[in-house]
Write a new protein. Structure first.
Length: 75
């Protein structure tokens, strides 16, 4: 037990914050890893997804909206 260091907490709030920080770090590490996997998967599927999405877009509608916005906000 020579290598064991005991820490005395003076309040429940301090104990909660300490435990929360440890828990948050573990959750955040898992979250970041999951986000990297999703990003890599989407990057691998980029061409296939683009081929599915582009035909769904109504290009004339988007061009019309863009022209309306430019006209509405021009000085």
């Amino acid at each position: 037990m020579a290598d064991v260091k005991l820490e005395v907490f003076r309040s429940v709030d301090i104990l909660f914050r300490d435990l929360f920080d440890h828990g948050w770090a573990a959750v955040r590490a898992g979250w970041d890893e999951g986000m990297k996997e999703v990003e890599a998967s989407l990057n691998q599927q980029k061409e296939a997804l683009q081929a599915q999405i582009v035909p769904l877009l109504n290009v004339s509608f988007w061009c019309h909206c863009k022209k309306c916005r430019v006209q509405d906000y021009s000085p």
